[in-house]
Design a protein around this ligand. Structure first.
Ligand SMILES: NC(=O)c1ccc[n+]([C@@H]2O[C@H](COP(=O)([O-])OP(=O)(O)OC[C@H]3O[C@@H](n4cnc5c(N)ncnc54)[C@H](OP(=O)(O)O)[C@@H]3O)[C@@H](O)[C@H]2O)c1
Length: 259
């Protein structure tokens, strides 16, 4: 059972996990973080202690949840002594759970397939959660934790998790960046960037309802080369943006007109 958790990290995911755990009545016993300001905010929310000293990690906890960058997770793991009676988990999309194998036999992954920013609202009850564990006992503990947090859990192996993570990079991270490029094009040309909001809302609704393939519109899927050439001329001063435009258009065309 996972009853008493130390969260390592106090960034976006740690913040939302901490909040969801408090709501679900899952005890957070300590926040470990190099950032004492955000650590104290999370500790305040959970009513627990916080530290930036790995030698003061709460040994009464049964679970350590690593929610830092991959590099930081690896560097902190190297500093830990063996904890055979503890469960060690991380929350990363592309990091092996075996990073914990020298610390305990009970380890796993708690990877929510969602985007977390501190100031955004997250409903854990709608969250797809990818779980993976080193043994049956840890898997059962992760299932119980997922159920307490009311997540939709999926038992996913490392290879599948990496694929899911990669699809998230395209579907979320790249899409978000495309929108920020769109906003910049508007701003650079002194047009209110909010004009795009209705288009974004309609596009997301359409994709969720009909799927991305059926929802594609625009010059590339129409093979409107005259407009594409005009856009290329407009972007000619920005080499990178022009390259992105051409690559995206090529990808759309190849997707829709496969031989
Ligand atoms: N955010 C998401 O949408 C999301 C979704 C699914 C999974 N995840 C996974 O969750 C984990 C955390 O992501 P996040 O978005 O919460 O990241 P984040 O907001 O950038 O927070 C990272 C945390 O790691 C700490 N950290 C960074 N470098 C460090 C170092 N060298 N030594 C010690 N601590 C260090 C940061 O401290 P400082 O505050 O001092 O920088 C912060 O507490 C990652 O494995 C990520 O893949 C994130």
């Amino acid at each position: 059972m996972i009853n008493k958790i130390v969260i390592l990290g106090s960034g976006n995911l740690a913040f939302h996990f901490c909040k969801a755990a408090c709501i679900a009545g899952v005890e957070i016993s300590q926040i470990f973080s190099r950032n004492l300001e955000t650590a104290s905010q999370l500790a305040n929310m959970a009513g627990c202690d916080f530290t930036n000293d790995i030698n003061k990690i709460d040994e009464n906890a049964d679970t350590f949840l690593f929610a830092m960058t991959d590099e930081a997770n690896l560097s902190i793991v190297k500093k830990l002594k063996p904890y055979p009676d503890k469960t060690l988990l991380h929350t990363a999309g592309s990091l092996s759970m075996n990073i914990f194998e020298n610390i305990t036999e009970n380890y796993g992954v708690f990877y929510p397939f969602q985007t977390f920013s501190r100031n955004s609202k997250i409903d854990f009850s709608k969250l797809p959660l990818c779980i993976e564990a080193s043994n049956k006992q840890t898997l059962n503990a992760l299932i119980q934790l997922s159920e307490r947090l009311r997540c939709n859990y999926y038992i996913i192996n490392e290879e599948q998790r990496q694929v899911i993570h990669l699809s998230g990079v395209f579907g979320c991270n790249f899409m978000n960046h495309c929108i920020s490029l769109a906003e910049k094009i508007l701003e650079d040309n002194k047009i209110d960037k909010n004009i795009i909001k209705a288009l974004l809302k309609q596009s997301f609704e359409k994709v969720i309802e009909n799927g991305a393939f059926a929802s594609q519109t625009g010059p590339a899927v129409r093979r409107d080369y005259e407009i594409m050439e005009k856009h290329a001329q407009f972007l000619s001063k920005d080499e990178l943006l022009l390259e992105i435009y051409k690559l995206m258009s090529k990808s759309i065309e190849e997707t829709h007109f496969k031989k």
